[in-house]
Design a protein around this ligand. Sequence first.
Ligand code: AMP
Ligand code: GLY
Length: 440
Amino acid sequence: MRTKVLVVGGGGREHAIVEALVRDGAEVYAAMRNRNPGIARAVKGFRLLNETDVPEVAEFASSTGAEIAVIGPEAPLEAGLVDELLRRGIGCVGPSQAAARLETSKRFARRLLKKHDIPGNVAFGTFQDYEAAKLFVDGFPGELVVKPEGLTGGKGVKVEGEHLRGKEEVLAYVREVLDNRIGGGGVVLEERLVGEEFTLQAFCDGRSVRGMPLVQDHKRAYEGDVGPNTGGMGSYTDADHLLPFVTAEDRERAMDIMRRTVQAMRAEGTPYRGVLYGQFMLTGAGPKVIEFNARFGDPEAMNVLTLLPNGLLDACLGVADGHLKGDVPFLRKATVCKYVVPAGYGTAPRAGMPVKVDEGALARTGARLYYAAVEERDGTIYTTTSRALGVVGMADSIEEAEAICEAGLANVAGDVLVRHDIGRAELVRKRVEHMRQVRG
Ligand code: AMP
Ligand code: GLY
């Protein structure tokens, strides 16, 4: 009997999840808002729906006979989808609404780290009213980061010295977040960290934690790390599962933070089952937590899942039943992922533009194609306002993986934007050099 799995979500991340589960022989169903053409082709069945409509997703899940569900995006977690699926006897890769607070409430996450004395935390304050926040800002010796407390799709955080000049602009943004209830109301102010960012994703079964290869994402829209912040323009991994500027010791410290966080969640009575995504800043004093996400990263999932010719289904079953077994067999290869996004992405994305994808020629380059938010009409792919598709190259080195990714991208044409610098030797060298300076 093939295991039946429901995947919720219709982006590049979910296309990669679906492909990996299909490779493992699972019978996969999809619940998604937009018809992702890659997912639609790969699954046994799908339903187009609002992913936060808990009763409808749950009813669809039951109708497919799914034994487990993998929740891609954060919004359904916040809406309580996992709690409802568990009530129906469907195991989940994704935390309960209470455990998802690690992502959905930045205040909860910071306070948990503090209460349990977990390393990697930063100086911070959480506020509901402007006057209290102003006292904190006036008394704070260094640069600050302003974060809406709740979800903003990765676009609500502003950093002093980057997006905000001086304490006056910090306070103006604090007021804007509070007055307009950006992210649901409430603001977190925290110490600005300096260093290089990396992502550590892990499978968690409530007790134990299995780390995945480290990934570096690129949030800025344009080449050279300039322009507005986005959901992520592309990402890479290295063959040793570290990054060129991260040592095995740095990774172990980040793993320790993740393990202690999962322990703390259990101690709080809200065990964490799902993929835990740790966003870290590697500073001169080691890795510090920027934030947690309660799911795979997008694009990071496309990197790590391309490295799993098999084994995702077993890991998911282990997460869902609380008993992860053995190691997850990630290939020891490097990957480079670049997102193709509509022109104007980050400010005024151009929806409804045709994108020509020669799938056959792309596949012959050895690159992988993962569709994201596109529309397909009469055999033509059109952009929406979100990221359109991801292309991943995999090889023994970042350099070779980047070349394969580019060879794949040569078969995609349209009014689109790609950060070609991601994974290139020049940018990787810049990161290594920056980290050398930061370490002093
Ligand atoms: P987040 O939505 O929390 O991932 O934040 C978005 C981006 O803001 C991160 O990827 C970082 O580049 C930056 N950021 C967040 N928190 C900090 C911090 N404490 N220090 C420096 N940069 C930060
Ligand atoms: N790549 C960032 C995220 O998935 O949140």
